[in-house]
Design a protein around this ligand. Sequence first.
Ligand code: CA
Length: 575
Amino acid sequence: MKVPCRILAVAPLFLLLLFCSWASPAPDDQFSMGHSKRHQCIGCVLVLSVITQLAQVHNSTVEASMERLCGYLPGKLYLKTTCYILVHVFGSDIIKLLDADMNVDIVCHTLEFCKQDAGQPRCHLYPLPKEAWKLTQEKARHIVKKSTAMKYLRSGSDICSLPFLAKICQKIKVSIQTSMPLKDADSDKYSVFPTLRGYHWRGRDCNDSDKTVYPGRRPDNWDAHRDSNCNGIWGVDPKDGIPYEKKFCKGSQPRGIILLGDSAGAHFHIPPEWLTASQMSLSSFFDLPTALTDEFNWPQLSGATGFMDSTSGMEEKSIYLRLRKRNRCNHRDYQNISRNGASSQNLKKFIESLSRNQLLDNPAIVIYAMIGNDVCNGKADPIPEMTTPEQLYSSVTETLKHLDSHLPKGSYVVLHGLPDGTFLWDNLHDRYHPIGQLNKDVTYAQLFSFLNCLQVNACHGWMSSNKTLRTLTSERAQQLSNTLKKIAASEKFTNFDLLYMDFAFKEMVEEWQRRGGQPWQLIEPVDGFHPNEVALLLLAELFWKKMQLQWPQVLGKENPFNSRIEQVFGDQGGH
Ligand code: CA
């Protein structure tokens, strides 16, 4: 199990974590020192913005609003404790600086969470202060000249090296490690825990002690005595002695859904309430521990594999729930194999976590949806880092060969095209980011330029004021989509049929506008990059409709026993 984001939980200002998965790709080297430093800068600027805005909203002191923010945090994972300790360490410096009318950028530079590297521009979120930066910063430095926290940070630069923090850092580390279920990754990938890659990500295990029991397998002896495939259907009908699984599911062509995706597929989401001082309350951070242990993803609400009711009031269901409705025998057969930062180039690092036994399991619909990271990166010059059509062709055919040797016969693989992300800048650049709404002082254009300056923008190519760059990024995305289309048209495999589907971007926006919505409402407000829950469910709807129209065989038949199954087994054990 990879832990970089979780290890960062011990790093200063837990909110930095918000950005560890958002802004940057999954590859193992992403948390190199320089990278996490840059995230510290974003974390500092955002947290201090929230603190000053809380003071403003409640007409209170900076000290009181720091206490207030800590008070809002849940006790789990030492979040509240860490917050109070951080206030203890940095509080007096922060108070002094903010009381001297230093802006948040200056404070974060003075406390050295933000650093200007030699030869690099100075990165700031807010407009530059009226007085010259240098002069202001000298004043600020003078204010915290005798600070103990600063002395430690300068010497060790790791907050856990502060003597009174070492213990708590250790405790947090242990608490996070022990909350991870220990398991043999090869033989048992299903879990009875929701987070840490548990059943939020793939169908809940119904017998954690028996490795032959898991969602998606073909029933063992028609599940006469136990529910070997966890679909909630088992036992024998006392009226005629026929096992229910045989009666209701035989010949129904059951199948599962597997997503090979990126952060969009896993539904990366940072609730705007976490940054909106005017709405912040005790309930705002209720979901933070869950989010932390799910890498800030919400696959349980995603368009492909979501199984929980939409939080956005959408009637549309995920692809998984539609497959389940079509055939109740498919209950719990979903896998969300997605990673933040995943692309065609790094998929091989985690494709092994896909679980399908070619001999024992039902066929699957695999959706390959790497929709951004092949063209998105945070480099100052993003173009050379983008995947080329040749590289894509070769890595995708490798992936398909791997799938051909793992998927049961009769499966389907759908290659999903890339969107045109010029949409992001066009619809967001002059709107206010959640952190800028109170004082109308931070637009998305400012946020993007701050992230680009720090070289941690999730997608410099599209989230940039440079129109030529945005156009070039879209051109590459189009070339990559064409490559996927070409692969689907030319390559043949033994165990699955291969299809290509365009990213139904235009249709999605049009459908939303038809309902009276605005295009910007389809984008995650905090990161200004990911499709939000509404967008994901609209895309799922369009995916389903297109399948029904063009390739209904992919979805399988409607099971005539669905209502009988519901009668006998109710919610089939829930999710
Ligand atoms: Ca069963």
